[in-house]
Design a protein around this ligand. Structure first.
Ligand SMILES: C[S@@+](CC[C@H](N)C(=O)[O-])C[C@H]1O[C@@H](n2cnc3c(N)ncnc32)[C@H](O)[C@@H]1O
Length: 227
């Protein structure tokens, strides 16, 4: 951590509402892991700043070392749990959120931890403006189908839904996990969801409900009773 100090943000709550620099976009990646995607994205989107959060510091150190090795100036890292994003971002502060290959949490009782569960989607709706977007990639078909239905029920506009992102060779920047899955021939699922005026956020009257928490055919998990 010490070697990459210039990339590490240790007081993210103090920066709430102050992340955005004049005339620059602001992107967030949740669960950046070892940071291949993070660094390539920051290199490509030079007119934007990228905040990468990761709750496992060992992985994040590798990501920070990568950023330092190519002297990136528009990326920073936070050792943080995505469950608390409202503590560090103001309403509508971000332009886009990336979630790549998050844990599927296959058991119904753990569905609330999936990063596409309704409580997370409402949090993203809080910190994105109308027109802001979430981009989500996964190898896991049941998680993807479940996520598509959660975004839809929560009032997001699904601008793109694909079950085989790389079928025509036009896939985007690859993540570390994505490279492994592609080697194994696993099709990558991808969606882009747009926050609209009617997307539910934390101001919506009813608390977020988990819908159909069972994943139909999750890796290694038996089908569970729908909740
Ligand atoms: C399967 S790895 C994928 C890493 C990277 N996105 C990729 O595609 O190569 C998922 C990563 O998300 C992180 N993660 C999971 N839940 C998180 C949360 N609530 N907050 C922050 N990071 C999280 C994990 O620690 C892990 O590094």
């Amino acid at each position: 951590m010490e070697r990459c100090r210039e990339y590490l943000i240790t007081d993210p709550d103090k920066r709430k509402g102050c992340w955005r620099k004049p005339d620059r976009g602001l992107l967030l990646e949740i669960g950046c892991g070892k940071g291949s995607f993070t660094c390539k994205l920051a290199e490509r989107e030079k007119d934007k700043d990228l905040v990468a959060i990761e709750k496992v510091p060992d992985a994040m150190i590798l990501a920070m070392e990568r950023a330092k090795s190519i002297a990136l100036k528009n990326v920073c890292f936070i050792d943080y749990d995505a469950a608390n994003l409202r503590e560090i971002f103001e309403r509508g502060e971000l332009d886009r959120i990336y979630i790549n290959f998050c844990d599927p949490w296959p058991k119904s009782r753990d569905a609330k931890f999936r990063l596409t569960a309704p409580a997370f989607l409402r949090m993203y709706a809080d910190i994105l403006p109308i027109g802001g977007e979430v981009q989500f990639k996964t190898d896991n078909l049941p998680l993807f189908e479940w996520s598509v239905s959660q975004f839809t029920e929560e009032g997001w506009n699904l601008k793109k839904v694909t079950y085989n992102l790389h079928a025509d060779g036009s896939g985007d920047i690859l993540t570390d996990y994505e490279m492994k899955f592609m080697k194994d021939g696993v099709p990558i699922k991808h969606l882009i969801a747009i926050r609209t005026e009617t997307t539910l956020d934390s101001r919506a009257g009813e608390p977020p409900r988990l819908r159909n928490a069972a994943l139909a055919d999750a890796r290694g998990a038996k089908q569970e009773e729908q909740t």
